[in-house]
Design a protein. Structure first.
Length: 92
């Protein structure tokens, strides 16, 4: 990916939720977070189905108020809100 485009000039006071299927190293999300902050975005939230976080969560946590993921990968749970797949897909 070679850059990001935010279509609103000023996001003052607007919180943003970024949703994607996977986060490996997090570089794409960090780049997007930086661009959103340039446009005065409020709180940033990240929700990914599969959180690998191969480079850790330290830098991501600098930009995102909260990170949500499932337990589809064995990752460091510190700094993320973990949603258990078993509860999401079971009938109980």
């Amino acid at each position: 990916m070679e850059g990001f485009r935010v279509y609103e000039d000023d996001l003052q006071g607007k919180d943003c939720l970024i949703v994607d299927d996977i986060c490996d190293g997090g570089g794409t999300f960090i780049g997007l977070a930086k661009e959103l902050k340039k446009h005065n975005a409020g709180n940033l939230y990240l929700a990914v189905s599969h959180g690998i976080f191969s480079k850790g969560l330290e830098e991501l946590n600098q930009y995102f108020t909260k990170i949500f993921t499932t337990d589809s990968f064995k990752t460091v749970n510190e700094g993320v809100e973990l949603l258990k797949l078993e509860k999401l897909i079971s009938n109980e």
